[in-house]
Design a protein around this ligand. Structure first.
Ligand code: HPA
Length: 234
């Protein structure tokens, strides 16, 4: 086995489909509420990972922490040490568009980034981190069958949550970017490198357009819809 410092699971402990919330407590919540026979396979750094079954299919759910440096470590190990084949980020994002409201669900087709992580792999030229079409198409159809309307388009994966750079984030919005989050671009890039499938599904927790934020009750409902889409990818 390659060296692996951040996930302590045994070979075979992790499913081919791995859902990736940022928050390890979220991973635990998903395992407890949605998976049968869920087993905790990782406790290193408190970054919980569980494998169980959903409607008879094996699924894992692994916390990634916030931001691309943290998420990138788990994504790398899941793919290269544990053989993950389908990696689906499930998270929240901040809307950059009037038409993208609180609680809406976004299926990310692509992810722009202001991070150095992606460009530095390409000698500072511009790579286009892109979701896997099969996963995107499947997720879109699952949402449609459930009557859940979704936005499909680009995210901005930012390095800063508290951004005091003075850069105008709405520049991205002018070019159609739907919302900002902090992980998708690195997920899509690493998955592409190793020839596996990746997608990001995000619910809108706040709007940079209006300054509004969801209540915890709101977050629960949109979270449930997002989860059901993600789990049915199994
Ligand atoms: N910025 C970055 N990430 C986020 C945000 C945001 O406004 N909202 C939820 N995730």
């Amino acid at each position: 086995m390659a060296k692996h410092y951040h996930i302590e699971a045994q070979a075979g402990d992790i499913a081919e489909l791995v859902l990736l919330p940022g928050d390890p407590k979220r991973a635990e919540y998903i395992a407890t509420h949605y998976l049968e026979d869920a087993k905790l396979y990782n406790t290193v750094r408190g970054m919980s990972g569980f494998t169980g079954t959903y409607q008879g299919k094996r699924v894992s759910v692994q916390g990634t922490g916030m931001g691309m440096p943290s998420a990138g470590i788990y994504i790398h190990e899941l793919i290269n040490v544990y053989g993950a084949k389908k990696l689906v980020r499930i998270g929240s994002c901040g809307s950059l568009q009037e038409k993208v409201g609180l609680r809406d669900i976004i299926l990310a087709m692509s992810a722009c980034t202001n991070s150095a992580m992606v460009p530095r792999r390409f000698f500072h030229q511009t790579y286009a981190p892109t979701a896997n079409f099969d996963l995107l198409y499947q997720a879109y159809n699952i949402a449609r069958d459930k009557g859940v309307s979704v936005h499909v388009g680009s995210l901005l994966s930012s390095d800063h949550f508290y951004d005091d750079t003075g850069e105008d984030v709405f520049r991205w919005a002018e070019y159609g970017v739907l919302a900002v989050e902090m992980e998708a671009a690195e997920l899509f890039t690493v998955a592409a490198k190793y020839g596996v499938q990746a997608l990001a599904i995000c619910t809108v927790s706040d709007s940079l357009v209006t300054g509004d934020e969801t209540s915890s009750e709101d977050r629960e409902t949109s979270f449930t819809q997002m989860m059901e889409i993600a789990l049915e990818l199994a």
